[in-house]
Design a protein around this ligand. Structure first.
Ligand code: PMP
Length: 358
């Protein structure tokens, strides 16, 4: 029965059939496939789907937010032709913004913590962004990368700080694109939606749309990496702890409730923390069993989707986000030496170790 109902959602066509041509880079953002994760679903007796956000033209879920905040600034008259977009970002938002800015003719200035990989800095430079690595200090420090981005924009003519964490145009982009796409692709039945948060835009915007469409029936769960405060915040009913611990995942985990998440957090059904051991194992398992090459935040989301499927029971239909591919992290995730430095060598099952070729 479960197999029959899953197959109704899954197209029998060999390739995704796009419709009309799209208008430039920004027109290619969104409309990503929803992938039925067959072997994982069969193992848990549920239906687990991953939204293939790595198929966005800039390679991640953050292309949607980047376009959303730029459009918002244009509509409000804050960003005019030839203007400058300024953002504080450790990665994917910056890459999305750099693409969108090139495509629309804006300058792009990115403040980022100086702990980020050279690959990301190089890519941003190649996309024409003005990259400014700054000391990696906490949010409450006035020289935190976000505050520097804000101050630079304030002091520069025709420049806008897009403020991805607290500008709700970010969540709105998911409310008008990711949510409706998932609802349509699932033919109007989603029992559970779960994903990790950085800014919270994906969870809040997608979650709100699914909750509205399902009349409150879809459970929306938050998944956290170690070192994030959100799981304990939600489980304790609003107690904000100090950040403690760290994770190999990038782009997710938070020390505060951002405005994007804050608009929605009261509707979140529950939260779970996923240990790095499980996330890294899932990077390898999804590659081995499904043939999909995922970054660690996506793998964390898949672990959380499996856990939510078990919670919601046999036949439940769960959706999560496949945020980006492993390409931006492969020198780490597929390196035996790096895994060893993180104490994660033992997390990879023997039969999957063959994939750690670097
Ligand atoms: N995964 C990755 C790899 C990311 O870069 C981000 C964004 N920082 C997220 C997940 C989380 O998305 P959001 O900011 O919408 O919460």
């Amino acid at each position: 029965m479960f197999r029959a109902s899953a197959s109704r959602l899954v197209s029998s066509r060999a390739y995704s059939t796009g419709t009309a041509a799209v208008n430039g880079f920004t027109g290619a953002i969104g409309n990503t496939p929803l992938i039925y994760l067959r072997s994982l679903s069969e193992q848990v007796g549920a239906q687990i789907f991953g939204k293939a956000e790595f198929q966005n033209p800039g390679g991640s879920v953050k292309d949607r937010a980047a376009l959303g905040v730029v459009r918002d600034a244009e509509e409000k008259g804050l960003l005019k032709p030839g203007g400058t977009v300024v953002e504080g970002t450790a990665g994917n938002t910056g890459i999305g913004l750099a693409h969108v800015c090139r495509a629309k003719g804006y300058k792009c200035v990115i403040y980022m913590p100086n702990t980020q990989s050279q690959e990301k800095i190089d890519l941003l430079c190649m996309l024409g962004a003005d990259v400014r690595p700054v000391a990696a200090v906490a949010y409450d420090n006035p020289v935190n990368y976000n505050h520097q981005a804000r101050d630079y924009a304030k002091a520069t003519a025709n420049a806008v700080w897009t403020d991805q964490f607290d500008n709700v145009a970010n969540a709105y982009a998911h409310y008008v694109s990711t949510g409706p796409e998932i609802w349509d692709q699932m033919h109007g039945r989603v029992d559970g939606f779960v994903c990790a948060t950085g800014t919270g835009g994906t969870l809040a915007g997608t979650g709100r749309y699914l909750l509205e469409q399902s009349g409150g029936k879809t459970q929306i769960w938050l998944a956290d990496p170690p070192g994030s405060v959100l799981t304990s915040y939600i489980q304790s009913g609003g107690k904000l702890n100090e950040r403690a611990g760290s994770s190999i995942t990038e782009g997710i985990g938070q020390g505060r409730v951002t405005k994007n998440l804050g608009t929605f957090i009261e509707h979140v059904s529950g939260a779970m923390t996923i240990p790095d051991e499980k996330s890294i194992e899932m990077v390898y398992r999804v590659l081995d069993q499904e043939g999909i090459y995922l970054g660690a935040s996506s793998a964390l989301n898949v672990v959380a989707a499996v856990a939510l499927a078990k919670k919601l029971g046999t036949g439940s239909r769960i959706v999560t986000i496949l945020c980006d591919g492993a390409y931006r992290y492969q020198s780490r995730l597929f390196s035996k030496a790096w895994l060893k430095t993180k104490g994660l060598e033992g997390a990879i099952p023997e039969h999957l170790k063959k994939y750690a070729v670097l």
